[in-house]
Unconditional design. Structure first.
Ligand code: SAH
Length: 337
């Protein structure tokens, strides 16, 4: 049974051993209550007992006769089990690229339920603290020294908090499973016996070209899309495979390797006149597109100082961006060369 009550401003005492009361404190704060946590029966002063309207007895506190005696009759008593591993879980949430509006409704709900949010540099959802009120927000995309938290440490934090009985949301840019290490994080949770779910997100691989009017497939033009990581150089053998396959090539994390990637594709027989584009910072106010050909794109990027985060798109579908550019009121597309 779910009873929804407005608890805004309600004075709530949460009583229980340190560490066990955190989820209850967050939950009531999230609902807008005024919350005071008390660690021991002796901390429960007459003033506090008088102030409270609701008292939540967590874990061992349920057996604290003294606390009960002081409260019974004057407040609503709520009993709650201490957080335990059986209740903890991990939810991987895809935040979509660039804009807060691309988070899904399920993602929004998961954030609202979170006790802990581990967020990333490219996971742009606006004010995380407002979407996950009361949750502890840990930015694992950067530390004070601006070094990213190593993957093993992210997984350790995620699993430890879930094993402590907390709901951990791991918020990731785009879709968790597209170059997002989502598979590794799911495996870490499964290995630790922690329930885990994955809420997909709009991937930049499809969404960002679309933001510049480039459909990754187009009837009669391309019915194959290959998404590749440009993090590592493209070997000739793979480039030959791509050239033979045809269709659309979408490269993520490829700005540093654009020159060797374009060269490998050309060496493998892809026509240097193949339309190609770079779409930077998709769905942000600074979105910019550079449209050229496989042959001209590296020079365009160099001259215009284009940089990561950006998606590279190679293939005839890039021509469709001209249609978009003609649309009245569409996001201005900068067609250079
Ligand atoms: N899981 C993510 C991709 C992570 S890899 C997804 O599905 O989108 C990071 C790469 O994604 C960046 O190097 C860039 O190539 C791309 N990217 C992410 N957000 C972007 C944005 N707003 N605009 C352009 N490219 C973006």
């Amino acid at each position: 049974m779910l009873i929804e009550t407005d608890i805004t401003g309600l004075p709530v005492l949460v009583i229980g051993p340190t560490g066990q009361t955190d989820p209850a404190v967050r939950r009531y704060r999230r609902g807008g209550a005024q919350v005071i946590a008390v660690e021991s029966a002796s901390g429960l002063t007459p003033v506090l007992a008088e102030w409270a309207r609701v008292a939540v007895l967590v874990g061992a506190a349920r057996d604290w006769g003294q606390a009960r005696a002081a409260l019974v009759g004057s407040v609503l008593l709520v009993e709650e089990a201490a957080p335990n591993a059986a209740r903890g879980r991990v939810v991987l949430v895809g935040a979509g690229p660039g804009s807060a509006g691309l988070l899904t409704l399920d993602g929004l709900r998961a954030l609202a339920d979170a006790d802990v949010v581990l967020t990333d540099r490219l996971a742009e959802v606006g004010d995380v603290a407002a979407l996950a009120p009361g949750a502890e927000v840990i930015d694992v995309g950067k530390l004070p020294g601006h070094h990213a938290v190593p993957q093993t440490k992210i997984e350790r934090i995620m699993v430890e908090r879930a094993l402590a009985g907390l709901t951990v949301v791991r918020l990731k840019g785009g879709d968790p499973y597209v170059f997002g290490r989502g598979g590794e994080e799911v495996a870490a949770a499964v290995d630790a016996g922690v329930p885990v779910t994955v809420i997909p997100g709009v991937s930049s691989a499809v969404g960002v070209p679309g933001a510049a009017g480039i459909p990754v497939t187009h009837r009669g033009v391309s019915h194959v899309v290959t998404i590749l990581s440009g993090h590592v150089p493209l070997e000739d053998e793979r480039a030959r495979g791509l050239a033979q396959l045809g269709g659309t090539v979408v490269v993520l994390m490829g700005m540093h390797n654009l020159v060797p990637i374009a060269a490998a594709l050309e060496r493998s027989g892809l026509d240097p006149d193949t339309p190609a584009a770079v779409v930077e910072r998709g769905f942000t106010p600074d979105q910019r597109s550079l449209v050229g050909t496989l042959g001209t794109l590296p020079g365009l990027v160099e001259r215009n100082g284009a940089a990561s985060p950006a998606v590279i798109v190679i293939g005839e579908v890039v021509r469709q961006s001209e249609v978009w550019a003609r649309r009245a009121g569409a996001r201005v597309l900068e067609v250079v060369g």
